[in-house]
Design a protein around this ligand. Structure first.
Ligand code: GUN
Ligand code: FE
Length: 422
């Protein structure tokens, strides 16, 4: 048993933080939380306590939508909307991952940067390239972090240098699955890029693979008006964009992440609700690509699961704390645009999205309730806390004003995670 003492904050439910000022957390041999306590319980009195003093201890971040092979492009090339951005900047960059040496150079930085910002688990789009995708899984696993790696299926409307066949996509995904089978926290996820990139044959095969191997699925949904119009043209039989996944068993038959959902409404909204499809909110990306504002309050009211994603390189930074800030700010614009009907998000709600709600995709992750994996960050905010702020205000100031310099320790599944080498 390990015992830590700190100012502990977490969100068992979206409505409020649970706060233990100078509290204790016990973590068992399996890296799972045993309990959180105001006072050290009698049975632990003789055990050694690792004291983090006045620092904050919070669950680590989960990034449920991020493109590892767009690493080189993050922070540049945001002068276009989605479809021209993909063709001009993104597809040429992703084509480079045919070269494993290039992949290693970029992916090791990618994993290091996830670590830097306190993201311990991520659901990741790789590329069409099996070797590079397995390498990404290795790097995450060697770091001790957790995640899902998606070998991307794309067999139409992309350049020849970034297209695979149906068989290559299926075999490539199986290869990542096989490659990760002994990794404790890394696995594979079925990843059709989005409907415009996948023929009905590709969708049929990937949907079948998800069912056969009981694998989760990730893709993009209703991100941008031109994209949605294009899907309607390409798939005239589908009753909505979401239905173009649903008809191929990739809309909640296995756990499913759909990034963006800025324009999800009507039938698509109802399908997501009924099938428990996650809407992965990527507000920084939605700003950069001028995509739109996702109706997160409506999703939450309806019980549609929601998580947060950086969507590098549509999103410009890795920090899920910054994504929280954007989620709060965008929700205020949505509140105004809805005639004050869709109430904006609260701090505890966005924190819950980043931790317990997003973490639930990986199992019992993202909270400090008993039985949860101890994924945690120790934050030294002493320089931001120059005048005795309350604990919720300290966390709020960290979210708005802090950065990775204040994160002094990171844990995943009970293990302290060292900085990955690049
Ligand atoms: N839709 C299809 N591919 C992509 C991508 O790489 N990024 C984003 N934001 N949307 C997409
Ligand atoms: Fe994306």
């Amino acid at each position: 048993m390990k015992l830590y003492r700190a100012n502990i904050l977490f969100t068992p439910s979206p409505e409020a933080f649970q706060i233990f000022e100078h509290g204790y957390i016990a973590v068992n041999e399996n890296g799972l939380v045993e309990g959180v306590y105001e006072q050290l319980p009698e049975q632990f009195k003789s055990a050694e306590v690792i004291d983090f003093g006045d620092k904050l201890l919070v669950p680590a971040m989960n990034d449920l939508h991020v493109h590892a092979p767009q690493y080189r492009n993050h922070g540049i090339a945001m002068d276009m909307e989605l479809l021209p951005w993909l063709n001009t900047y993104t597809f040429p960059e992703e084509s480079k991952y045919k070269d494993p040496a290039y992949a290693r150079r970029m992916y090791s930085r990618f994993v290091r940067d996830l670590w830097t910002v306190g993201t311990m688990r991520a659901s990741i789009f790789a590329t069409i390239h099996p070797e590079a995708s397995c390498l990404l899984a290795d790097l995450l696993n060697e770091a001790g972090m957790g995640g899902l790696v998606g070998l991307v299926g794309m067999d139409r409307n992309g350049p020849d240098t970034l297209s695979n066949t149906v068989e290559e996509a299926v075999e490539g995904t199986k290869r990542v699955l096989e490659h990760t089978k002994n990794m404790p926290r890394v696995s594979a996820i079925v990843t059709p890029r989005f409907v415009p990139s996948c023929t009905p044959e590709m969708m049929t095969a990937l949907g079948q693979l998800a069912l056969d191997k009981q694998l989760p699925v990730q893709s993009h949904l209703s991100e941008n008006p031109s994209e949605i119009a294009w899907v309607a043209e390409l798939e005239p039989e589908s009753t909505c964009y979401g239905d173009a996944y649903q008809r191929y068993h990739m809309f909640g038959e296995t756990p499913t992440l759909m990034a963006h959902c800025c324009y999800t409404d009507g039938e698509e909204f109802e399908l997501m609700r009924k099938n428990h499809v996650f809407a992965v909110h990527c507000p920084t990306s939605n700003c950069n690509l001028g995509s739109g504002i996702a109706p997160i309050r409506r999703f939450l009211n309806a019980g549609i699961p929601v998580a947060l994603g950086s969507d590098i390189s549509g999103g410009s930074g890795f920090s899920i704390f910054k994504v929280m800030q954007y989620a709060l700010q965008m929700s205020k614009l949505q509140w105004r645009n809805s005639g004050q009907k869709e109430n904006f998000l609260s701090l505890s709600e966005v924190f819950w999205l980043a931790t317990k709600s997003g973490g639930s995709f990986f199992g019992k992750v993202g909270s400090f309730e008993p039985g949860y994996a101890f994924d945690a960050l120790v934050i030294d905010d002493s320089d931001l806390n120059f005048d005795n702020y309350s604990l919720p205000h300290r966390l709020e100031r960290y979210i708005y004003l802090g950065d990775d310099r204040q994160i002094v320790k990171r844990f995943c599944a009970g293990f302290e995670i060292a900085e990955p080498k690049i």
